[in-house]
Design a binder for this molecule. Structure first.
Ligand SMILES: C[S@@+](CC[C@H](N)C(=O)[O-])C[C@H]1O[C@@H](n2cnc3c(N)ncnc32)[C@H](O)[C@@H]1O
Length: 522
């Protein structure tokens, strides 16, 4: 891939990098994160990046970044070892070094990537066992050796009891769907692979790939960047004409001439410094996207604190919306529900059943009317509130709902603000714990977690950070139904997650109450 002179230049550069910034200097230089010891030995810091430059065609030949251990929560990160100019290319990796889901059905993209990863790992292990270091390098051993022991995705590594601590039926249901996908991947890849191996591979492909031109791409090196909403770097893909993505695609999908051209001049994934540049010692960060916390939790295994893009589902669909209105009207005086309650038990039960049927019919009729007015049900799933306001679909459907039919319990037409106030109050009251209780619990859990990590750090003092440091208590898929105590890290993440939802509901409630006080209708 490189000419001899260039290889020498790379060698000299690697030696210079070997004497680069000591960890203490990195921490002292400030940056977006305070980097703590242990942060990996020289080999752990540079092996992957050197492999990318020497044998995979990554550029520039003299990189200004190193891989460093950040902490238990974040794992490894990329740190600048010299000042990086605004918009400077930090690393440019050809897509021939990446693995991609190109050609695979979108519904099984992660199984496709996981299969490639496991194949590479098997090839690297076989080569290492045979003492063939060159073949192990070709299979990507420096990359594989730099991967975490697993990423703690709830649908792979949490018990049912830990999932329940999310206190969100919708997200728990999604986690179960992901679990079903894990089972399907086990069947697909299972012959040669253990369930633990498939879980490991899926946890990595979900947390380390980008979507580019409708394929999922996992690009080594760039996958070291952690997420923040105030990133100092960004990624971009430079497409070369006629090129296909990824090594496998080059060999199998392109016609031979295009494949040859693509090898000469492949598309590239690039990590670019932001407008302010990056100072030596600073962590290089990117934004994974302005997602609600559900996406971070299910794909990346963490719940960001104070996520301004978090959202809370107010209504799952038009049925939910219509039946809530009917119930909130009925709760305090709806003739459908309140008449005839005084009779004896059997009669009351009959009436209850009758009223449920009548209620169902009323809801179905309302939904039909709404669909005629706002469009088909399919467009109105998971209507949310965010810290910045309401989902436009929710406004549209709720306004259409409130514009017709009965009003509030006292006969007045119900305003949107009143409707939202009632819904937020109902949802907040349905949680088993309050926002204040969660805040208190989170403070305690974070204190315990910090104590636990300090203990672990002092236990490993003098030793180098290892991949094991990233492994929480259990690294295997937890069997359903097994009685296990809640683990500290998982419980902390769950409480952080549910707090985000409650905060969105509280701020929506406050906005609705403020609108009501002003006598407004929205
Ligand atoms: C693309 S990898 C980044 C490199 C990774 N830290 C490592 O050790 O190799 C994404 C993973 O890093 C961690 N991570 C990234 N950003 C984070 C953040 N803001 N908070 C907590 N964990 C984060 C999560 O484990 C996530 O699944």
């Amino acid at each position: 891939m490189h000419a001899a002179g260039e290889a020498l230049a790379v060698e000299a550069c690697c030696q210079r990098r070997a004497q680069s910034l000591p960890p203490a200097a990195a921490a002292a230089a400030g940056g977006t994160a305070t980097l703590q010891q242990p942060d990996g030995d020289q080999q752990q810091r540079t092996a992957l990046l050197d492999w990318l430059v020497r044998s995979q065609g990554a550029e520039p030949s003299c990189l200004k970044v190193e891989r460093r251990w950040r902490d238990e929560a974040f794992g490894w990160c990329l740190v600048a070892t010299a000042d990086i100019e605004p918009e400077e290319v930090i690393i440019s990796v050809p897509l021939t070094a990446a693995i991609t889901s190109e050609g695979a059905d979108e519904s099984r993209w992660s199984a496709a990537l996981a299969g490639q990863l496991l194949q590479r790992r098997a090839a690297a292990e076989a080569a290492a066992a045979a003492g063939d270091a060159a073949a192990a390098q070709r299979a990507g051993q420096p990359w594989l050796g730099a991967l975490p022991a697993h990423v703690d995705l709830p649908w792979l590594y949490w018990s049912e009891a830990e999932l329940a601590e999310l206190q969100d039926e919708d997200t728990i249901a999604e986690a179960r769907q992901f679990r079903a996908m894990f089972e399907a991947a086990c069947e697909e890849l299972g012959g040669a692979q253990s369930r633990d191996a498939v879980a490991w591979a899926l946890s990595l492909v979900h947390s380390r790939s980008f979507v580019e031109l409708s394929a999922h791409v996992w690009c080594p090196g760039i996958d070291l960047c952690n997420h923040t909403l105030q990133p100092n770097a960004d990624i971009r893909c430079i497409h070369s004409p006629g090129s296909c993505q990824g090594g496998a695609a080059v060999d199998e999908v392109c016609p031979p001439e295009a494949a040859a051209a693509a090898r000469q001049d492949p598309s590239r994934f690039e990590l670019i410094a932001g407008e302010a540049g990056i100072a030596a010692g600073e962590e290089v960060t990117i934004s994974y996207g302005s997602w609600p916390s559900d996406v971070f939790l299910l794909f990346f295994g963490f719940a960001p604190a104070d996520n301004p893009n978090d959202s809370a589902v107010l209504f799952y669909d038009l049925f939910d919306l219509a039946s809530f209105k009917l119930r909130s009207v009925g709760a305090a005086g709806d003739p459908l529900r309140s008449e005839g309650r005084a009779g004896h038990a059997e009669q009351a039960q009959q009436e209850e059943l009758g009223s449920e049927e009548a209620e169902w019919e009323a809801v179905a009729a309302e939904v039909q009317r709404l669909e005629a007015e706002v469009g088909p049900q399919e467009g109105f799933f998971r209507m949310v509130a965010t810290a910045n306001g309401l989902d436009a679909r929710l406004m549209q459907a709720a306004q259409a709902l409130l514009a017709a039919g009965r009003g509030s319990p006292d006969g007045r037409p119900m305003s949107l603000a009143e409707f939202l106030q009632r819904r937020c109050q109902q949802l907040l009251a349905a949680y088993p714990t309050t926002l204040e209780q969660d805040e208190e619990l989170l403070a305690r859990l974070e204190g315990q977690l910090a104590g636990q990590q300090a203990q672990q750090q002092s236990a490993t003092a003098g030793q180098q950070a290892s991949q094991q440091a990233f492994t929480p208590a259990a690294a295997a898929v937890v069997p359903d139904g097994a009685e296990q105590p809640l683990r500290l890290a998982q419980l902390t993440t769950a409480v952080m997650y549910r707090l985000g939802k409650k905060r969105v509901l509280r701020s929506t409630l406050a906005a609705a109450q403020a609108a009501l006080q002003q006598g407004g209708s929205s």
